[in-house]
Ligand binder design. Structure first.
Ligand code: NAD
Length: 257
């Protein structure tokens, strides 16, 4: 049991990476608080975990709202006593996110509010709780697009993930002597709803696949496994990293045919 006696708070736990991480963390002994704005999906994740005999509770929280983030942390501490792992994972990729010329200001603001301010709020309220627990691990979901540009633009999303990555580094340095580790998980393109909604034709999918050395999209459960390593004490000397889990995409210049 790699997370025995630990409490983990996971945002965006109703689907994709968040759901898989919630299931896996609970299997590894954690008490899981999963939060989202999709209440139906969140309750479903909690029920799936309980059906396996493990521990999880769903709590409604919009990460772009300060009071929701304050309350989700308070809920985790009141329900399970203390907080050890904070997985700031919730994020959106807006279908109208495009290049700088055509992207609406509202799309930019919404993306930044959820993807960047959401991580800031998670840390703002989560770090004092981790301190009270004597330390802990924060994992922020960034993306491979924080390191690589693409000709199919999503200007707000890409900028938001760059911000998550640089914020993660700074947090890691600030809190390194408090036994609080902060790492960014950088997934490659995944076969989750978030990306498949964006790559909604076979042609668009193939255009992306050609750049992935492994020749396939990643799975949410493969990200959950990486997050588990960062959450557990096995990564006790790991902080401030950009942990690429991307099928080799960031290492590639030319991919195999
Ligand atoms: P997903 O859409 O399956 O999950 C994201 C979850 O976040 C959803 O349950 C959604 O309801 C929730 N959410 C959206 N807005 C929210 C808000 N304001 N407050 C709380 N929850 C909110 O997608 P996913 O692929 O599992 O994405 C998880 C993270 O991984 C995101 O940060 C995403 O940017 C990142 N990521 C995904 C990919 C990919 O290819 N899918 C690649 C790199 C990074």
């Amino acid at each position: 049991m790699r997370l025995k006696n630990k409490t983990a708070l996971i945002t965006g736990g109703s689907s994709g990476i968040g759901r898989e991480a919630a299931i896996l963390f609970a299997r590894e002994g954690a008490n899981v608080v999963l939060t989202d704005v999709n209440d139906e999906g969140g309750q479903e994740t909690a029920a799936m975990i309980k059906a396996e005999g493990n521990e999880a509770t769903y709590f409604h929280a919009d990460v772009s709202k300060a009071s929701d983030c304050e309350q989700m942390v308070a809920f985790a501490e009141t329900t399970y006593g203390s907080l050890h792992v904070l997985f700031n994972n919730a994020g959106i990729m807006h279908s109208a996110d495009d290049d700088a010329v055509s992207t609406e200001e509202a799309v930019w603001d919404l993306t930044m509010n959820i993807n960047v301010k959401g991580v800031f709020f998670g840390c703002k309220y989560g770090i004092p709780a981790l301190r009270r627990a004597g330390g802990g691990s924060i994992i922020n979901t960034a993306s491979f697009v924080a390191l690589l540009g693409a000709a199919t633009p999503q200007i707000a999303y890409t900028a938001s993930k760059g911000a998550v990555l640089s914020m993660t580094r700074e947090l890691a340095i600030i809190h390194a002597r408090e036994a609080i580790r902060v790492n960014a998980l950088c997934p490659g393109p995944l076969r989750t709803e978030l990306l498949m909604k964006f790559l909604n034709t076979e042609e668009k999918k193939q255009r992306r696949l050609v750049h992935i050395p492994m020749g396939r999209f990643g799975e949410a459960r493969e990200m959950a496994q990486a997050a588990l390593y960062l959450a557990s004490d096995e990564s006790s000397y790991v902080t401030g990293t950009d942990f690429m889990v991307d099928g080799g995409i960031t290492a590639a210049y030319v991919t195999p045919l």
